[in-house]
Design a protein around this ligand. Structure first.
Ligand code: PGA
Length: 248
C-alpha cells in the first residue's frame, strides 16, 4: 500500500446534493496517468454516500464512512450506522478514532471495538490518533501515541487494511501545522510502535490544516504517505491543487 500517496477528503458535517457537480473536475483530473500514484478517498456525510458512490462509479476514487458503531451488524442504536451498513452502501473505507469523535465520547476501548467490527466487514480503516495541545505542552505526545496505538489496535491480527492518520488535535482546523522535525519524529515513533505489532508497512498519513499553500512544505517531510484533509477538501479546486503539488 505504501507506494501510493493517499489523499483523504473528510467532509465532516458539510455538503449537499448541490456539491456534487464540483466533483466533475476531480473525476477528469483523476484519469490523468500522471497521478496514478494518488489514491483518493472521499468521506462525505452519510446522507451523501450513495450519491458519491454513483458519481465515482467509473473511477478509481473510493468512498468511506466518517465513523461507525462498534456493533458490526444490526442493533437498537438510534441514529447510528454499522460497518455492515457502510459496506452495503458500497464503501471500502471507514474513519475510526477521529478526535472530534473522541471528544464526544469515543474511548480507546470503543475505538478498538469499532476497528474489530470494521475489519470483520472487510472495510479499510483510517485509524486516527494524535495528542491535544495540553498533552503536547506537558510533553506527553509519545506516551499518548503509544496508548492510542496499543489500546486502539489491541488484539488486532489483520493489519492489511489499516492506515494510520496522525492528526495532532491542536492542528485540526486551526491553521497551525507541526514543524518538519516534530512531524518527522512523531511519524517515526508511530512507525516503530506499529513495527512492534506487525511487519506490514502501514501507510502513515498526516492530518490537520493541510491546504494548498502549506502542502509544498508538508510533502517533503519523510515518513508520511499521504494526507487527511478536512476543510480544504471541500473545495475541489484546492483539493486538486494539493494533489498536484504533492505528486509533481
Ligand atoms: P482540517 O481537518 O484539515 O480542516 O484541519 C482535518 C481533520 O479533521 O481530519
Amino acid at each position: 500500500m505504501t507506494n501510493n500517496i493517499y489523499f483523504v477528503a473528510n467532509w465532516k458535517m458539510y455538503g449537499a446534493k448541490s456539491s456534487l457537480n464540483a466533483l466533475n473536475k476531480l473525476i477528469n483530473f483523476s484519469k490523468n496517468k500522471k497521478f496514478k500514484r494518488a489514491k483518493i478517498i472521499y468521506f462525505p456525510p452519510y446522507t451523501l454516500i450513495k450519491d458519491f458512490i454513483n458519481k465515482f462509479k467509473k473511477t478509481k476514487i473510493a468512498v468511506g464512512g466518517q465513523n461507525c458503531h462498534h456493533v458490526e451488524n444490526y442493533g437498537s442504536f438510534t441514529g447510528s450506522i454499522s460497518p455492515k451498513m457502510i459496506k452495503d452502501l458500497g464503501c471500502k473505507y471507514v474513519i475510526i478514532g477521529h478526535s472530534e469523535n473522541r471528544a464526544s465520547g469515543d474511548t480507546d476501548s470503543i475505538i478498538n471495538k469499532k476497528i474489530h467490527s470494521a475489519i470483520g466487514k472487510k472495510l479499510n480503516v483510517v485509524f486516527c490518533i494524535g495528542e491535544t495541545l495540553k498533552q503536547k505542552r506537558k510533553k506527553l505526545t509519545s506516551s499518548i501515541l503509544k496508548i492510542q496505538i496499543n489500546n486502539g489496535l489491541k488484539r488486532v491480527k489483520n493489519f492489511q487494511n489499516i492506515l494510520i492518520a496522525y492528526e495532532p488535535v491542536w492542528s485540526i482546523g486551526t491553521g497551525i501545522i507541526p514543524n518538519n522535525k516534530e512531524l518527522e519524529t512523531n511519524a517515526k515513533k508511530i512507525k516503530n510502535l506499529i513495527l512492534k505489532k506487525t511487519k506490514i508497512k502501514l501507510p502513515i498519513l498526516y492530518g490537520g490544516s493541510v491546504n494548498e499553500k502549506n502542502i509544498s512544505y508538508l510533502r517533503n517531510i519523510s515518513g508520511i504517505n499521504g494526507f487527511l484533509i478536512g476543510s480544504a477538501s471541500q473545495n475541489t479546486k484546492k483539493f486538486i491543487d494539493i494533489i498536484k503539488k504533492t505528486i509533481i
